[in-house]
Design a protein around this ligand. Structure first.
Ligand SMILES: CC(C)(COP(=O)(O)OP(=O)(O)OC[C@H]1O[C@@H](n2cnc3c(N)ncnc32)[C@H](O)[C@@H]1OP(=O)(O)O)[C@@H](O)C(=O)NCCC(=O)NCCS
Length: 156
């Protein structure tokens, strides 16, 4: 993500979440060595983004959204597949995330991508009065080794 992407990201962010990230929050993550903030474009238009933290050998997915006009076309799945590729390239073994219990779309997306519910955090989202489910996916060792042997190295 570049500074020039920020307005388009904020526009998607504000329509996607009750407790949206601010401009400063994105700027902080862009400057954070632990974080990866990645945008996805189709024909030059910014259609989605994600942010995750590298914590030892785990990726913590902190934010993901697809432009409202482009939802339901498989982009969410493509973005998640890209996240897995990046994680393997960086030697990460697990992806962890929190999702609101009532966010059926996102829960379906993660379930279809092979995530399992491992726990929950009560009242994690006070703005929407909802709990968070913790979901995780272990990246298979065989694939990690394959990618480590044949991968192109660091994502950035
Ligand atoms: C969640 C989100 C990223 C999914 O992106 P998307 O591009 O619409 O997802 P896809 O088209 O790849 O769909 C993937 C799966 O999600 C589920 N899904 C998509 N649209 C859905 C809908 N309207 N209702 C229920 N499930 C839906 C389906 O299981 C779908 O798999 P399928 O096509 O095999 O049935 C998108 O809806 C979004 O940006 N939501 C707002 C932000 C958000 O909630 N982020 C997650 C925070 S944890």
């Amino acid at each position: 993500m570049q500074l020039g992407d920020l307005d388009a990201v904020l526009s998607i962010e504000s329509t996607s979440f009750a407790q949206a990230w601010s401009r400063n929050m994105f700027l902080e993550e862009m400057a954070n060595d632990t974080a990866r903030v990645i945008v996805f474009k189709a024909n030059g238009k910014l259609v989605g983004y994600l942010c995750f933290w590298k914590v030892v050998d785990e990726a913590h997915l902190l934010n993901i959204a697809v432009h409202p006009d482009f939802r339901g076309r498989g982009l969410g799945r493509e973005i998640m597949a890209h996240l897995e590729t990046l994680c393997r390239q960086e030697g990460l073994t697990t992806i962890i995330l929190e999702v609101a219990r009532r966010n059926g779309r996102a829960r379906n997306l993660y379930r279809k991508c092979g995530f399992e519910t491992t726990g929950f955090r009560k009242n994690y989202y006070p703005a929407i009065k909802d709990d968070a489910l913790i979901m995780a996916k272990k990246l298979s060792a065989a694939n990690s080794r394959e990618t480590a042997a044949g991968g192109s190295g660091e994502a950035h």
